[in-house]
Ligand binder design. Structure first.
Ligand SMILES: [Zn+2]
Length: 304
């Protein structure tokens, strides 16, 4: 049996703000008690998780705060034999907080660099904020391309911000040489995945609802469009009813290219190695299949 820890891996879907470990949050916000933090790191549903994510992000007040989180994430990736990562920065939230996005980005980038892990960045816009703020986030991504931003994404509440709102902004970002990703089909329907693909998304965050649409499964397989799967995330937010109900095996068996990720490792109490172990123990992934997932994590990176 291969050791998951020894497998060379890349992490392509990890939010910096979701990597704030409880003890680090306690340091950033000394007024909070461990019990209070613990309660906020558990969710009744997806809306509850979004509330907690916002709450955690509210304590990231300075570029140095972001740097501390990035330093820790870099260490965690390195410990797990992750040599490459594409880290999502919630640019939309940082701009909404009226923070200095280039300063935050540069501080985080420098801190992650200390780990020796090769890191590229994806700037995420918030769907429910609409197209204007998304454009602003994508302009920042384009301006910082030379410093390691490789792509843009859409996050937030997919039920309150359809992909079509962002058609022009995605086309603009693509014209700047940025790669396109979007969270879709996480909590809504396969239709949301189609919509994200229709505006040009090259990788889909989650996309688990695709399992209900055979035509979409065939499309993802035939066009070689990968889903970024995060099993613990979907269980923790209630996007799936239970671990056993997660469609990772069905998606894999349908020939859809999959990448395993943590999404928000601290907030979902998981690690990348843990996600591979889940695939092995609960979904019967063989050594060869786990190797293929690890290879996919390099194959579908946005840089070569
Ligand atoms: Zn995500």
């Amino acid at each position: 049996m291969i050791s998951v820890a020894d497998l060379p891996k890349a992490e392509l879907h990890v939010h910096l703000e979701g990597a704030v470990e409880p003890d680090l949050l306690g340091e950033l916000a000394p007024g909070l008690t461990p019990a209070e933090i613990d309660a906020r790191y558990r969710y009744a549903d997806f809306a509850g998780f979004i509330e907690s994510f916002k709450w955690v992000t509210s304590f990231l007040r300075t570029p140095e705060d972001y740097a501390r989180v990035a330093r820790r994430l870099g260490q965690r990736l390195r410990e797990q034999n992750v040599s490459y990562a594409e880290v999502i920065l919630s640019a939309g939230v940082i701009l909404w907080k009226k923070q200095d996005l280039p300063a935050v980005f540069r501080a985080a980038r420098e801190a992650m660099g200390e780990s020796g892990v090769e890191v590229c960045w994806i700037f995420d816009a918030v769907r429910q904020f609409g197209a204007g703020p998304a454009r602003e986030a994508f302009e920042m991504a384009a301006a910082l391309k030379q410093e390691g931003v490789v792509g843009i994404g859409l996050g937030g509440d997919e039920s309150r911000g359809p992909a079509q709102w962002f058609r022009e902004e995605f086309a603009w970002a693509r014209a700047q040489g940025l790669r396109l990703s979007a969270h879709a089909g996480e909590t809504t329907t396969a239709g949301s995945v189609w919509e994200a693909l229709d505006i040009g998304a090259e990788r889909i965050g989650h996309g688990i609802r695709a399992v209900h649409d055979p035509r979409l499964l065939a499309h993802l397989r035939d066009r070689d469009l990968p889903l970024e799967i995060s099993i613990s995330s979907n269980v923790a937010t209630g996007a799936v009813r239970s671990l056993a109900a997660h469609p990772v095996r069905a998606l894999f068996d349908a020939g859809v290219p999959l990448i395993l990720n943590t999404d928000d490792p601290a907030m979902f109490h998981t690690t990348l190695n843990g996600e591979y172990e889940l695939a092995r123990r609960h979904f019967g992934f063989s050594d060869g299949e786990l190797r293929q997932l690890a290879e996919n994590s390099f194959r579908y990176r946005f840089t070569r």
